[in-house]
Design a protein around this ligand. Structure first.
Ligand SMILES: [Zn+2]
Length: 232
């Protein structure tokens, strides 16, 4: 199969890679419906935190389960799933307290910019949708892989509430390519559907904390003051 590999600053190649296989009984194999470029991909691309060896890229993904290991219980072949950018078992003390990205067995996904992907700790890392979604919904579901959760955490960490209610945190890639660098079976959504609606009353840059700093590169918040809104 083909996939992206970062060789060095501003040197990304789309080339042959080995097909992924089930290695651990907790693994799942996916055929990806959509994947994309994250803002955090741009740091090594620019030469900041550059890789020391050719490195497969991509950690935002969703797709169809093709195969699961013998210990996987919560997802099965044929389901559409969304995967987190960090693997988690969802059973350790950190996970049970809601910090799956600090799982004791955490690793960060890499190599999702390809047609197929091995996902370790599938039970804790993947979430299945009730049905296989229509193609035009897939890009939105893809945003749940990283940017929506990261953006939500940033807003929560920045204590965005009370008079300035986060009525809607609209996620979009600042690059405008969150519909997928590589799309095997998905039609990109029209550019007009990426366009921000309304004027931001607050931007991620004004929020504090490391999470907000991370969100700055990946999330575009639309946060409006909506007195009387019963939202969070
Ligand atoms: Zn855990």
């Amino acid at each position: 199969m083909k996939g992206t590999i970062l060789y060095g600053p501003r040197d990304i190649r789309f080339e042959e890679r080995d097909e992924p296989q089930i290695i651990e009984p907790t693994d799942a194999l996916l055929r990806l419906a959509a994947t994309c470029v994250c803002g955090s991909d741009l740091w090594p691309y620019r030469g900041i935190d550059a890789p020391t060896q050719p490195t497969p890229m991509g950690h935002e993904y969703c797709g169809i389960v093709e195969e699961v290991g013998s210990a996987v219980k919560s997802v099965k072949k044929g389901q559409f799933v969304i995967g987190s950018f960090a693997f988690s078992d969802n059973t350790c003390p950190h996970c049970r307290h809601g910090y799956q990205t600090s799982c004791q067995h955490r690793e960060v996904m890499a190599g999702a910019q390809a047609s197929r992907l091995r996902v370790p700790l599938a039970d804790g890392t993947l979430v299945a949708t009730p049905d296989v979604p229509p193609a035009d919904l897939v890009p939105s579901l893809l945003s749940l892989s990283d940017v929506m959760g990261t953006g939500w955490f940033a807003a929560d960490a920045a204590n965005v509430r009370s008079s300035c209610i986060a009525k809607r945190a609209r996620v979009s890639s600042t690059l405008g390519i969150s519909t997928g660098l590589i799309e095997s079976s998905v039609t990109p959504i029209p550019a007009s559907r990426h366009a921000p609606t309304g004027s931001p009353a607050i931007s991620p840059q004004t929020a504090s904390g490391r999470a907000a700093s991370r969100a700055e590169s990946t999330v575009d918040f639309i946060i409006r003051s909506t007195p009387g809104d019963a939202g969070r």
